[in-house]
Design a protein around this ligand. Structure first.
Ligand SMILES: [Zn+2]
Length: 232
């Protein structure tokens, strides 16, 4: 069997390509009208490479378990919660937070529990990101029109041409300096929609170690717990 991969048909793709999304998902992007036979022969020709890539990524990942967690640590806030699960299956799905404890209510199954915690994380992400971006907007003079919280495996953030910042809620698991850098990086795209030398000069004005932090972000996905990845 070839490891964990999925096939995505794209109307824009002109050729077959392989995209790797840590930790351990390989996506084969296929032009919309390409016959299945051609896709199959491409996959089997690259089977060994796909398998090795997935195994390598899984080995480096800190927490491959996908069951609902007993603890959640959000690096950017330097806070940790212990998580308990209420056994009443008729309770409305929600998470009650008090101090360093979280109590999860709702159906007694892994999917519902992960879902409840996912919704809680999304709220945490918004509550953190909006003021954090606001403070950096003052510091840099670069202000987005809107902020979106996304949940995805493929990127930490992006900036659209209509000046909307999209930020991955997985950022909550990273250290403050990495998150600060990523926010500055995306804000600088409000002025330069590219990675030109002028873009990097602007980034380094506010984050002198920007390029080093950018490299460190590549490994940031190893901090994302397995239960959350199961939701993405
Ligand atoms: Zn960029």
């Amino acid at each position: 069997m070839v490891a964990n991969f999925r096939i995505r048909r794209s109307s824009r793709a002109r050729y077959l390509s392989i995209q790797v999304h840590p930790p351990g998902l390989v996506e084969i992007v296929v032009p919309r009208r390409m016959p299945v036979r051609e896709v199959e022969s491409f996959v089997s020709a690259h089977a060994a490479w796909i398998r090795e890539t997935c195994t390598g990524m899984n080995r480096r990942h800190h927490d491959p378990g996908t069951g609902p967690p007993a603890r959640i640590r959000l690096g950017v806030l330097d806070r940790e919660w212990s998580v308990s699960y209420n056994a009443n299956p008729r309770a409305r799905r929600r998470v009650a937070e008090s101090g360093t404890g979280l109590e999860v209510f709702g159906a007694n199954d892994d999917t519902a529990r992960r879902r409840a915690l996912f919704d809680w994380l999304r709220r945490k992400a918004r509550a953190f990101m909006v003021p954090a971006v606001g403070a950096l907007a003052l510091e840099t003079g670069l202000r987005p029109r809107a902020i979106q919280i996304r949940a995805q495996r493929s990127r930490w953030g992006s900036c659209s041409s209509n000046k909307t910042l999209s930020l991955n809620l997985c950022l909550l698991f990273l250290e403050p300096e990495l998150v600060r850098y990523l926010l500055i990086h995306e804000l600088c795209h409000l002025r330069h929609m590219n990675h030109s030398p002028r873009f990097w000069a602007l980034v380094e004005q506010f984050s002198p170690d920007g390029r080093i932090l950018d490299q460190r972000l590549n490994d940031g996905w190893t901090r994302i717990p397995g239960w959350l990845l199961a939701e993405l």
